[in-house]
Design a protein around this ligand. Structure first.
Ligand code: ADP
Length: 378
Protein backbone atom coordinates (compact mmCIF):
# COMPACT_ATOMS: atom_id res chain seq x y z
CA UNK A 1 0.00 0.00 0.00
CA UNK A 2 1.41 3.39 -0.86
CA UNK A 3 1.52 5.80 2.06
CA UNK A 4 -0.30 8.42 0.03
CA UNK A 5 -2.23 8.14 -3.17
CA UNK A 6 -1.44 10.32 -6.16
CA UNK A 7 -4.40 12.50 -7.14
CA UNK A 8 -5.42 11.24 -10.59
CA UNK A 9 -4.51 13.57 -13.43
CA UNK A 10 -7.42 15.03 -15.38
CA UNK A 11 -6.90 12.72 -18.39
CA UNK A 12 -6.82 9.52 -16.37
CA UNK A 13 -9.47 10.57 -13.86
CA UNK A 14 -11.91 7.72 -13.34
CA UNK A 15 -15.65 8.11 -13.64
CA UNK A 16 -16.95 9.35 -10.31
CA UNK A 17 -19.79 6.86 -10.04
CA UNK A 18 -19.36 4.11 -12.56
CA UNK A 19 -21.48 5.80 -15.22
CA UNK A 20 -18.56 5.85 -17.64
CA UNK A 21 -18.49 9.64 -17.74
CA UNK A 22 -15.21 11.21 -16.78
CA UNK A 23 -14.19 14.70 -15.73
CA UNK A 24 -11.67 14.61 -18.58
CA UNK A 25 -14.45 14.03 -21.13
CA UNK A 26 -16.42 16.97 -19.73
CA UNK A 27 -13.35 19.22 -19.80
CA UNK A 28 -12.59 18.13 -23.34
CA UNK A 29 -16.11 19.10 -24.40
CA UNK A 30 -15.86 22.43 -22.59
CA UNK A 31 -12.52 23.18 -24.18
CA UNK A 32 -14.44 23.69 -27.42
CA UNK A 33 -16.38 26.60 -25.87
CA UNK A 34 -14.81 30.00 -26.46
CA UNK A 35 -15.23 33.15 -24.44
CA UNK A 36 -16.35 35.42 -27.31
CA UNK A 37 -14.63 38.48 -25.84
CA UNK A 38 -11.40 36.91 -24.65
CA UNK A 39 -11.11 34.67 -27.75
CA UNK A 40 -9.88 31.70 -25.75
CA UNK A 41 -11.53 28.53 -24.55
CA UNK A 42 -13.03 28.35 -21.09
CA UNK A 43 -10.80 25.48 -19.93
CA UNK A 44 -7.53 27.20 -20.74
CA UNK A 45 -8.93 30.37 -19.14
CA UNK A 46 -9.45 28.21 -15.99
CA UNK A 47 -13.08 29.28 -15.82
CA UNK A 48 -14.47 25.78 -15.19
CA UNK A 49 -14.69 24.76 -11.53
CA UNK A 50 -16.22 22.07 -9.33
CA UNK A 51 -17.22 19.45 -11.88
CA UNK A 52 -19.51 16.80 -10.38
CA UNK A 53 -20.82 13.74 -12.17
CA UNK A 54 -23.80 11.87 -10.80
CA UNK A 55 -25.22 9.24 -13.12
CA UNK A 56 -26.15 11.06 -16.33
CA UNK A 57 -26.18 14.45 -14.59
CA UNK A 58 -23.19 16.79 -14.84
CA UNK A 59 -22.81 19.86 -12.65
CA UNK A 60 -20.13 22.53 -12.82
CA UNK A 61 -19.47 26.20 -12.24
CA UNK A 62 -18.40 28.70 -14.89
CA UNK A 63 -16.41 31.45 -13.22
CA UNK A 64 -16.63 34.52 -15.47
CA UNK A 65 -14.15 37.41 -15.29
CA UNK A 66 -16.93 39.86 -14.38
CA UNK A 67 -20.44 39.44 -12.98
CA UNK A 68 -21.57 42.00 -15.58
CA UNK A 69 -20.42 39.85 -18.51
CA UNK A 70 -22.56 40.72 -21.57
CA UNK A 71 -21.98 37.23 -22.98
CA UNK A 72 -23.14 35.34 -19.88
CA UNK A 73 -26.22 33.78 -21.49
CA UNK A 74 -24.41 32.80 -24.65
CA UNK A 75 -21.55 31.20 -22.71
CA UNK A 76 -24.02 29.28 -20.55
CA UNK A 77 -25.92 28.04 -23.61
CA UNK A 78 -22.69 27.03 -25.39
CA UNK A 79 -21.50 25.10 -22.30
CA UNK A 80 -24.86 23.39 -22.01
CA UNK A 81 -24.80 22.32 -25.66
CA UNK A 82 -21.16 21.16 -25.55
CA UNK A 83 -21.64 18.97 -22.46
CA UNK A 84 -25.00 17.60 -23.62
CA UNK A 85 -23.19 16.39 -26.76
CA UNK A 86 -21.00 14.06 -24.61
CA UNK A 87 -22.26 10.50 -24.81
CA UNK A 88 -24.07 9.46 -21.66
CA UNK A 89 -24.95 13.00 -20.47
CA UNK A 90 -28.62 13.72 -20.00
CA UNK A 91 -28.80 16.66 -17.62
CA UNK A 92 -26.44 19.62 -17.31
CA UNK A 93 -26.63 21.96 -14.32
CA UNK A 94 -24.48 25.05 -14.60
CA UNK A 95 -23.80 27.62 -11.90
CA UNK A 96 -22.71 30.95 -13.39
CA UNK A 97 -20.29 32.66 -11.00
CA UNK A 98 -17.73 35.41 -11.36
CA UNK A 99 -14.34 36.31 -10.04
CA UNK A 100 -13.65 39.82 -11.33
CA UNK A 101 -10.32 40.13 -13.12
CA UNK A 102 -7.97 42.43 -11.26
CA UNK A 103 -6.00 45.36 -12.63
CA UNK A 104 -2.48 44.40 -11.55
CA UNK A 105 -1.37 48.03 -11.73
CA UNK A 106 -3.57 48.76 -8.71
CA UNK A 107 -2.23 45.78 -6.79
CA UNK A 108 1.27 47.13 -7.24
CA UNK A 109 0.27 50.30 -5.35
CA UNK A 110 -0.66 50.09 -1.71
CA UNK A 111 -3.14 52.96 -2.07
CA UNK A 112 -6.29 50.93 -2.60
CA UNK A 113 -5.58 47.44 -1.29
CA UNK A 114 -9.02 45.82 -1.69
CA UNK A 115 -9.96 47.49 -4.98
CA UNK A 116 -9.67 45.42 -8.16
CA UNK A 117 -10.40 48.15 -10.73
CA UNK A 118 -10.92 51.92 -10.83
CA UNK A 119 -12.97 53.70 -13.49
CA UNK A 120 -12.78 57.47 -13.97
CA UNK A 121 -15.92 59.07 -15.39
CA UNK A 122 -14.91 62.37 -16.97
CA UNK A 123 -16.15 65.06 -19.32
CA UNK A 124 -14.65 68.05 -21.04
CA UNK A 125 -17.33 70.37 -19.67
CA UNK A 126 -20.02 70.47 -17.00
CA UNK A 127 -23.69 69.77 -17.50
CA UNK A 128 -23.37 66.92 -19.99
CA UNK A 129 -24.59 64.35 -17.45
CA UNK A 130 -21.25 63.04 -16.23
CA UNK A 131 -22.46 62.51 -12.65
CA UNK A 132 -25.69 60.94 -13.89
CA UNK A 133 -23.70 58.49 -15.98
CA UNK A 134 -21.25 57.79 -13.11
CA UNK A 135 -24.11 57.00 -10.70
CA UNK A 136 -25.96 54.82 -13.16
CA UNK A 137 -22.85 52.93 -14.25
CA UNK A 138 -22.04 52.19 -10.61
CA UNK A 139 -25.61 51.12 -9.80
CA UNK A 140 -25.83 48.99 -12.97
CA UNK A 141 -22.61 47.15 -12.08
CA UNK A 142 -23.98 46.55 -8.57
CA UNK A 143 -27.29 45.29 -10.02
CA UNK A 144 -25.24 42.75 -11.96
CA UNK A 145 -23.78 41.51 -8.70
CA UNK A 146 -20.45 43.35 -8.53
CA UNK A 147 -19.09 44.95 -5.35
CA UNK A 148 -19.02 48.63 -6.29
CA UNK A 149 -17.78 51.86 -4.72
CA UNK A 150 -18.42 55.37 -6.00
CA UNK A 151 -16.21 58.33 -5.20
CA UNK A 152 -17.82 61.67 -5.95
CA UNK A 153 -14.75 63.78 -6.63
CA UNK A 154 -16.57 66.53 -8.54
CA UNK A 155 -15.55 69.43 -6.33
CA UNK A 156 -17.42 71.94 -8.50
CA UNK A 157 -20.79 70.28 -7.99
CA UNK A 158 -20.81 67.18 -5.82
CA UNK A 159 -24.33 66.07 -6.69
CA UNK A 160 -24.08 62.34 -6.21
CA UNK A 161 -25.39 62.16 -2.62
CA UNK A 162 -28.65 63.72 -3.91
CA UNK A 163 -28.73 61.37 -6.90
CA UNK A 164 -28.41 58.39 -4.55
CA UNK A 165 -30.80 59.82 -1.93
CA UNK A 166 -28.10 60.10 0.74
CA UNK A 167 -28.28 62.99 3.19
CA UNK A 168 -26.38 61.69 6.17
CA UNK A 169 -22.69 62.17 6.95
CA UNK A 170 -20.22 59.28 6.93
CA UNK A 171 -19.13 57.84 10.26
CA UNK A 172 -15.52 57.35 11.21
CA UNK A 173 -14.28 53.93 12.29
CA UNK A 174 -12.06 53.24 15.31
CA UNK A 175 -9.00 53.14 13.07
CA UNK A 176 -9.98 56.61 11.80
CA UNK A 177 -11.20 55.55 8.36
CA UNK A 178 -14.35 57.09 6.88
CA UNK A 179 -17.09 54.55 6.34
CA UNK A 180 -18.75 54.95 2.94
CA UNK A 181 -22.54 55.20 2.92
CA UNK A 182 -24.34 52.45 1.07
CA UNK A 183 -27.25 53.24 -1.26
CA UNK A 184 -28.70 51.27 -4.21
CA UNK A 185 -26.05 48.61 -3.51
CA UNK A 186 -23.17 51.10 -4.00
CA UNK A 187 -20.70 52.31 -1.36
CA UNK A 188 -20.59 56.07 -1.70
CA UNK A 189 -18.05 58.62 -0.52
CA UNK A 190 -18.48 62.24 -1.63
CA UNK A 191 -16.35 65.32 -1.38
CA UNK A 192 -19.72 67.01 -0.82
CA UNK A 193 -19.83 65.44 2.67
CA UNK A 194 -17.12 67.97 3.60
CA UNK A 195 -19.13 70.99 2.52
CA UNK A 196 -20.70 73.02 5.33
CA UNK A 197 -23.93 73.33 3.36
CA UNK A 198 -25.25 72.21 0.01
CA UNK A 199 -25.09 75.69 -1.57
CA UNK A 200 -21.41 76.26 -0.87
CA UNK A 201 -19.37 76.11 -4.05
CA UNK A 202 -16.07 74.43 -3.51
CA UNK A 203 -13.34 76.91 -4.42
CA UNK A 204 -10.21 74.86 -4.08
CA UNK A 205 -6.98 75.26 -5.89
CA UNK A 206 -5.28 72.46 -7.78
CA UNK A 207 -2.88 71.18 -5.10
CA UNK A 208 -5.66 71.11 -2.49
CA UNK A 209 -7.88 69.10 -4.79
CA UNK A 210 -5.03 66.74 -5.54
CA UNK A 211 -4.30 65.99 -1.88
CA UNK A 212 -7.99 65.96 -0.88
CA UNK A 213 -8.67 63.37 -3.54
CA UNK A 214 -5.80 61.15 -2.46
CA UNK A 215 -6.94 61.45 1.16
CA UNK A 216 -10.49 60.60 0.20
CA UNK A 217 -9.32 57.50 -1.59
CA UNK A 218 -6.97 56.26 1.08
CA UNK A 219 -8.90 57.35 4.19
CA UNK A 220 -12.08 55.55 3.18
CA UNK A 221 -12.73 51.99 4.30
CA UNK A 222 -13.76 50.72 0.85
CA UNK A 223 -13.32 47.05 1.73
CA UNK A 224 -13.21 44.60 -1.16
CA UNK A 225 -14.47 46.18 -4.39
CA UNK A 226 -14.67 44.84 -7.94
CA UNK A 227 -15.02 48.37 -9.29
CA UNK A 228 -14.47 51.82 -7.82
CA UNK A 229 -16.13 54.43 -10.04
CA UNK A 230 -14.71 57.95 -9.67
CA UNK A 231 -16.83 60.91 -10.77
CA UNK A 232 -14.12 63.37 -11.80
CA UNK A 233 -14.52 67.16 -11.89
CA UNK A 234 -15.20 68.36 -15.46
CA UNK A 235 -12.45 70.01 -17.47
CA UNK A 236 -9.33 69.42 -19.48
CA UNK A 237 -6.81 71.90 -18.06
CA UNK A 238 -3.50 71.31 -16.34
CA UNK A 239 -5.21 70.91 -12.97
CA UNK A 240 -7.05 67.91 -14.37
CA UNK A 241 -3.88 66.41 -15.65
CA UNK A 242 -2.50 66.44 -12.10
CA UNK A 243 -5.77 65.11 -10.81
CA UNK A 244 -5.87 62.13 -13.12
CA UNK A 245 -2.33 61.35 -12.02
CA UNK A 246 -3.33 61.28 -8.34
CA UNK A 247 -5.46 58.16 -8.76
CA UNK A 248 -4.31 54.83 -10.12
CA UNK A 249 -6.82 54.34 -12.96
CA UNK A 250 -7.78 51.15 -14.79
CA UNK A 251 -9.53 53.20 -17.46
CA UNK A 252 -11.58 56.28 -18.26
CA UNK A 253 -15.12 56.73 -19.55
CA UNK A 254 -15.70 60.05 -21.30
CA UNK A 255 -19.23 61.46 -21.25
CA UNK A 256 -20.40 63.81 -23.96
CA UNK A 257 -23.56 65.14 -25.55
CA UNK A 258 -24.08 65.17 -29.33
CA UNK A 259 -23.49 68.90 -29.98
CA UNK A 260 -20.26 69.79 -31.75
CA UNK A 261 -19.03 72.00 -28.87
CA UNK A 262 -19.41 69.17 -26.39
CA UNK A 263 -17.77 66.70 -28.77
CA UNK A 264 -14.81 69.06 -29.11
CA UNK A 265 -14.42 69.02 -25.31
CA UNK A 266 -14.71 65.24 -25.28
CA UNK A 267 -11.81 65.10 -27.74
CA UNK A 268 -9.75 67.25 -25.37
CA UNK A 269 -10.62 64.92 -22.49
CA UNK A 270 -9.42 61.93 -24.51
CA UNK A 271 -6.15 63.77 -25.23
CA UNK A 272 -5.77 64.51 -21.52
CA UNK A 273 -6.07 60.86 -20.51
CA UNK A 274 -3.76 59.85 -23.35
CA UNK A 275 -1.11 62.15 -21.87
CA UNK A 276 -1.22 60.19 -18.62
CA UNK A 277 -1.34 56.84 -20.48
CA UNK A 278 -4.72 56.06 -18.91
CA UNK A 279 -6.59 53.64 -21.17
CA UNK A 280 -9.76 55.18 -22.59
CA UNK A 281 -12.54 52.62 -22.22
CA UNK A 282 -14.76 54.67 -24.52
CA UNK A 283 -17.32 57.43 -24.97
CA UNK A 284 -20.85 57.55 -23.59
CA UNK A 285 -23.14 59.83 -25.56
CA UNK A 286 -25.72 61.23 -23.17
CA UNK A 287 -28.95 63.00 -24.17
CA UNK A 288 -28.44 61.22 -27.43
CA UNK A 289 -32.07 61.18 -28.56
CA UNK A 290 -35.58 61.64 -27.20
CA UNK A 291 -38.47 59.20 -27.46
CA UNK A 292 -41.85 60.90 -27.14
CA UNK A 293 -43.64 59.01 -24.35
CA UNK A 294 -47.07 59.36 -26.01
CA UNK A 295 -46.21 58.40 -29.60
CA UNK A 296 -42.94 56.47 -29.18
CA UNK A 297 -41.41 58.57 -31.99
CA UNK A 298 -37.65 59.04 -31.75
CA UNK A 299 -36.26 62.56 -32.12
CA UNK A 300 -32.56 63.29 -32.55
CA UNK A 301 -32.80 66.66 -30.86
CA UNK A 302 -29.24 67.83 -31.23
CA UNK A 303 -27.94 65.86 -34.15
CA UNK A 304 -27.69 62.25 -34.95
CA UNK A 305 -24.59 60.08 -34.78
CA UNK A 306 -22.27 62.76 -33.36
CA UNK A 307 -20.99 60.54 -30.56
CA UNK A 308 -20.46 57.57 -32.84
CA UNK A 309 -18.58 59.68 -35.38
CA UNK A 310 -16.45 61.24 -32.61
CA UNK A 311 -15.66 57.82 -31.12
CA UNK A 312 -14.68 56.52 -34.55
CA UNK A 313 -12.46 59.47 -35.32
CA UNK A 314 -10.77 59.14 -31.92
CA UNK A 315 -10.40 55.39 -32.33
CA UNK A 316 -12.24 54.61 -29.06
CA UNK A 317 -15.36 52.49 -28.51
CA UNK A 318 -18.82 54.04 -28.22
CA UNK A 319 -20.00 52.50 -24.95
CA UNK A 320 -23.60 53.62 -25.14
CA UNK A 321 -26.18 56.17 -26.24
CA UNK A 322 -28.35 57.35 -23.36
CA UNK A 323 -31.71 58.92 -24.22
CA UNK A 324 -32.80 62.32 -22.97
CA UNK A 325 -35.58 61.32 -20.65
CA UNK A 326 -37.57 63.02 -17.92
CA UNK A 327 -37.36 59.99 -15.66
CA UNK A 328 -33.54 60.20 -15.70
CA UNK A 329 -33.69 63.79 -14.46
CA UNK A 330 -36.50 63.11 -11.98
CA UNK A 331 -34.79 59.95 -10.74
CA UNK A 332 -31.60 61.98 -10.19
CA UNK A 333 -33.46 64.60 -8.15
CA UNK A 334 -35.36 61.98 -6.14
CA UNK A 335 -32.35 59.80 -5.37
CA UNK A 336 -33.62 56.89 -7.47
CA UNK A 337 -31.23 56.30 -10.39
CA UNK A 338 -32.72 54.90 -13.60
CA UNK A 339 -30.47 51.81 -13.41
CA UNK A 340 -31.97 50.86 -10.04
CA UNK A 341 -35.44 50.49 -11.58
CA UNK A 342 -36.81 46.96 -11.46
CA UNK A 343 -38.69 47.31 -14.72
CA UNK A 344 -37.07 47.48 -18.12
CA UNK A 345 -37.09 50.77 -20.02
CA UNK A 346 -34.98 52.19 -22.84
CA UNK A 347 -33.11 54.43 -20.37
CA UNK A 348 -32.45 51.65 -17.85
CA UNK A 349 -31.36 49.27 -20.60
CA UNK A 350 -29.05 51.91 -22.08
CA UNK A 351 -27.22 52.25 -18.75
CA UNK A 352 -27.13 48.48 -18.17
CA UNK A 353 -25.68 47.88 -21.66
CA UNK A 354 -23.05 50.60 -21.20
CA UNK A 355 -22.05 49.14 -17.81
CA UNK A 356 -21.70 45.64 -19.27
CA UNK A 357 -19.58 47.04 -22.08
CA UNK A 358 -17.31 48.80 -19.57
CA UNK A 359 -16.99 45.60 -17.50
CA UNK A 360 -16.17 43.61 -20.62
CA UNK A 361 -13.48 46.01 -21.79
CA UNK A 362 -11.87 46.02 -18.34
CA UNK A 363 -11.85 42.20 -18.29
CA UNK A 364 -10.29 42.03 -21.74
CA UNK A 365 -7.69 44.63 -20.75
CA UNK A 366 -6.81 42.84 -17.50
CA UNK A 367 -6.74 39.37 -19.00
CA UNK A 368 -4.53 40.48 -21.88
CA UNK A 369 -2.21 42.12 -19.34
CA UNK A 370 -1.81 38.70 -17.75
CA UNK A 371 -4.13 39.25 -14.80
CA UNK A 372 -7.14 37.14 -14.20
CA UNK A 373 -9.30 35.46 -11.68
CA UNK A 374 -7.58 34.19 -8.58
CA UNK A 375 -7.29 30.46 -9.24
CA UNK A 376 -7.47 28.23 -6.24
CA UNK A 377 -5.33 25.15 -6.72
CA UNK A 378 -7.21 21.88 -6.20
P1 ADP B 1 -22.61 66.92 -14.99
O1 ADP B 1 -22.13 65.97 -13.95
O2 ADP B 1 -22.00 66.67 -16.32
O3 ADP B 1 -22.48 68.36 -14.57
P2 ADP B 1 -25.27 66.02 -14.26
O4 ADP B 1 -25.13 64.54 -14.28
O5 ADP B 1 -25.23 66.69 -12.93
O6 ADP B 1 -24.16 66.67 -15.22
O7 ADP B 1 -26.58 66.37 -15.07
C1 ADP B 1 -27.03 67.71 -15.22
C2 ADP B 1 -28.56 67.72 -15.21
O8 ADP B 1 -29.05 67.04 -16.38
C3 ADP B 1 -29.16 66.99 -14.03
O9 ADP B 1 -30.31 67.65 -13.61
C4 ADP B 1 -29.53 65.62 -14.59
O10 ADP B 1 -30.62 65.02 -13.89
C5 ADP B 1 -29.91 65.96 -16.01
N1 ADP B 1 -29.66 64.85 -16.94
C6 ADP B 1 -28.49 64.22 -17.14
N2 ADP B 1 -28.63 63.25 -18.08
C7 ADP B 1 -29.93 63.28 -18.46
C8 ADP B 1 -30.70 62.52 -19.42
N3 ADP B 1 -30.15 61.58 -20.17
N4 ADP B 1 -32.02 62.82 -19.53
C9 ADP B 1 -32.59 63.80 -18.77
N5 ADP B 1 -31.92 64.56 -17.89
C10 ADP B 1 -30.60 64.30 -17.72
Amino acid sequence: MPIFQRKPKQDDAPATDGSGLTEAAILKALSTVQDPDLHRDLVSLKMIRDIEIEGATVRFTVQLTTPACPMREQIQADCDAAVKAVEGVETVEITMGADTARDNKLGAQAMLPGVRNTIAVASGKGGVGKSTVAVNLAVALAVEGAAVGLLDADIYGPSIPIMLGVDEQPEVSEDRKMLPIESCGVKLMSIGFLLPDKDTAMVWRGPMVHSALRNFLTDTAWGELDYLVVDMPPGTGDAHLTLTQSIPLTGAVIVTTPQEVALEDARKAVTLFNKTSTPILGLVENMSYFIAPDTGTRYDIFRSGGGRAAAESLGVPLLGEIPLDMTICEGGDAGVPAASSLSESPQRDAFMDAAREVAKLISVQNMSAGSGPVIESN
